[in-house]
Design a protein around this ligand. Structure first.
Ligand code: ADP
Ligand code: MG
Length: 235
């Protein structure tokens, strides 16, 4: 990281969001946060602390009311909505608690759809979807419908879909929230593996055990984001 001249994936400079109200709700107080390429950061906080607000900003689903957010060095706070949408599609892969797979499409079709939005040529989509599913351990379930897959397998499909467009950032919102303990562990092991392979991961969770999987944990409470001392070791 020390010799890496590429800009950080996430750089928050006094980023905050106050919902207008009335009354105004300061859901995320102005904060600084840097996530370097290849880092695995977890954001932990109780319900109502501002986790979704953080995720929406980091994922370019919402624009902060304060500060500047640089994604891969690009100032996302001064660009048009259309550019923000395009940046989101090309640079961010989302993994949600509830998987959000299309029920009547196979695992491979679900993954291929992510590439249609990114205008990946049809000739490449099949092979890339297969490779992404093989990478998450589902090479034998390419044609299965989500209803025929277990919760853990569904989340693997969702992870394959998030990764297939090679995003800069994998943004996970309670990635194991719908899974039993053993299945959750296998999904967390997959995230560990992806991190070892170079993925930049930010995972949001209320679960301290999930949070402990990150290289570094940032806590959030009443909209106040506090970086852990471990950052100094990495930086
Ligand atoms: P978490 O995801 O940690 O549960 P949120 O980020 O969803 O927390 O919410 C943080 C705070 O912002 C809460 O007090 C919540 O009630 C408030 N909030 C969330 N969305 C809105 C909104 N659209 N308008 C007003 N207040 C909101
Ligand atoms: Mg939330």
């Amino acid at each position: 990281m020390i010799h890496d001249r590429t800009p950080p994936v996430i750089q928050f400079v006094s980023v905050g969001l106050t919902y207008p109200g009335p009354p105004p709700v300061p859901a995320l107080l102005p904060c600084d946060l840097t996530v370097g390429r290849g880092e695995y950061v977890t954001i932990v906080g109780p319900s109502g602390s501002g986790k979704s607000t953080f995720l929406n900003i980091a994922g370019l689903l919402d624009t902060p009311t304060h500060g500047t957010y640089l994604l891969d060095g690009i100032d996302t706070t001064s660009i048009k909505d259309k550019e923000r949408t395009s940046l989101r599609g090309s640079r961010i892969g989302f993994v949600f608690q509830a998987f959000h797979l299309l029920a009547h499409r196979s695992a491979r079709e679900n993954v291929e759809l992510a590439m249609i939005y990114q205008r990946v040529p049809r000739s490449q989509r099949r092979a890339r979807a297969r490779a992404a599913l093989v990478r998450v351990g589902l090479g034998h379930r390419l044609d299965a419908l989500p209803t025929r897959l277990s919760g853990g397998e569904r989340q693997r499909v969702a992870i394959a879909r998030a990764l297939v467009t090679e995003p800069s950032l994998l943004l996970c919102d309670e990635p194991t929230g719908n899974l039993d303990t053993a299945t959750a562990e296998s999904v967390l092991e997959l995230l560990d593996q992806l991190h070892r392979d170079g993925a930049t991961i930010v995972a949001i969770t209320h679960d301290p055990q999930v949070a402990a999987r990150g290289q570094r944990t940032v806590s959030i409470r009443d909209g106040r984001l506090t970086d852990s001392p471990a950052e100094q070791v990495i930086a």
